[in-house]
Design a protein around this ligand. Structure first.
Ligand code: V47
Length: 372
């Protein structure tokens, strides 16, 4: 049966993709503007299945947020608190190490570690935290610190970004998460995250990490005051860096959650927008292997649908999530491994447990092995 294309402007894009050709910025804009989401989804699924077949990846991980103290005061964020805010917290090193162990009930293969820009915690403190984690949990991959945190630590330690990354790597960082990129448009950044590094600095920090052999993820925050042009520009900047370094593993579109932020008047994104962002990312980012439908951000039911609209990864068990829950998320804090398996299977996909570097993980009742 022939594909029924409702919006005929999409036909040349279908032809390009079937021929394996790269889409342009103008194509990206059309993908954001058309109402024909089923054709967009058809194309994204075509690419996704070409790359990953029926597989859907997940991992057993634990999020660790050692502090929510942050000097940046971004309007987009409900997590960061001023240092004197009575609701702010900073865990001691012992507390970080103890809490990390609480995720091990399901034998986590990854700790995902991010926090605020704390004005007093030093690079040495973070390095000691990493060494302590490695000592106690040597089998667990440390995916730690956004480009924003690294740039801030470098500034405070009066070191270059490269030297700072070298120290963190030496202390135990194995790879880096994708947060903090927000949207690269300077016009938008001035409003939503004024005191953060700018888009170029985010890109250059990621480049430095990739040059040191650290893989990282990347993200885009959408659903606030950005335009379709801003989104396309952001995705093409990530694609250009990836052409140069090949260091990105996974892209994660992040829907803005307005509750408890300084932009509460903005409505939440719709399911259409969330699914569309997954699909457009799969289509424009032809050089980034994985597109993640982060279930905490999308909700489990929408993440499940995303697995048929371009996403090949659903993230992990998470255990304790703060950033989205501070911003009004009402989904559960963590998910059991078995629940992830069920979500994936019901979407008609084959669950594939991966470690952070997408190597297969095999489990017995009491242990796991990463197959290298
Ligand atoms: O860096 C902050 C964003 C990010 C809000 O790399 C907000 O595997 C929406 O980066 N509404 C944290 N978004 C999440 C993140 C992430 C999550 C899962 C996996 C990975 C990965 C990365 O969330 C922040 C910021 O960009 N954020 N506040 C908010 N109110």
């Amino acid at each position: 049966m022939a594909l029924l294309i409702e919006d005929s402007r999409l036909k040349p894009l279908v032809d390009k993709l079937e021929a394996g050709e790269r889409l342009s910025g103008a194509d990206g804009l059309l993908l954001y503007r058309t109402h024909d989401l089923l054709t967009v989804g058809y194309m994204a699924n075509l690419v996704r299945e070409r790359m990953h077949g029926k597989r859907a990846y997940f991992n057993v991980n634990r999020h660790i947020n050692p502090t929510d103290v942050c000097v940046a005061s971004c309007k987009l964020c409900a997590f960061g608190k001023r240092v004197r805010d009575p609701k702010a917290y900073t865990w001691s090193l012992e507390e970080v190490w103890r809490r990390a162990g609480e995720g091990l009930t399901e034998a986590a293969t990854e700790f995902h570690i991010v926090g605020g820009l704390h004005p007093e915690l030093t690079l040495d403190w973070y390095c000691e935290m990493l060494r302590g984690l490695k000592e106690r949990y040597p089998q667990v991959h440390l995916k730690a610190f956004t480009m924003v945190e690294v740039a801030y630590l470098a500034k405070r330690a009066k070191l270059s970004v490269r030297e700072t990354l070298e120290r963190l790597k030496e202390a135990g960082v194995d790879s880096m998460p994708g947060g903090g990129a927000e949207i690269f448009s300077e016009r938008v950044r001035r409003i939503i995250c004024d005191h953060k590094i700018d888009g170029d600095e985010w890109i250059e920090t990621a480049r430095a990490a990739h040059q040191l052999g650290l893989r990282s993820n990347c993200t885009m925050l959408y659903g606030h005051i950005e335009t379709a042009e801003d989104r396309v520009d952001h995705l093409l900047k990530l694609r250009a860096l990836q052409d140069g370094t090949g260091g990105f593993q996974t892209f994660i579109p992040l829907a803005f959650h307005p509750a408890n932020t300084a932009m509460e008047h903005i409505g939440t994104t719709t399911g259409m927008e969330d699914i569309r962002n997954i699909a457009v990312a799969r289509l424009l980012l032809d050089n980034i292997e994985h597109i993640k439908a982060y279930w905490v951000m999308m909700t489990p039911p929408v993440a499940q649908i995303a697995l048929r609209f371009g996403a090949d990864d659903i993230d992990g068990t998470v255990v304790e999530e703060k950033i989205y829950h501070d911003a009004g998320s009402t989904v559960t804090q963590g998910m059991r491994r078995g629940e992830l398996l069920r979500l994936i299977r019901e979407a008609g996909r084959e669950p594939f447990e991966r470690d952070t570097l997408y190597r297969p993980v095999e489990r017995t009742e009491t242990a796991f092995t990463v197959l290298v």
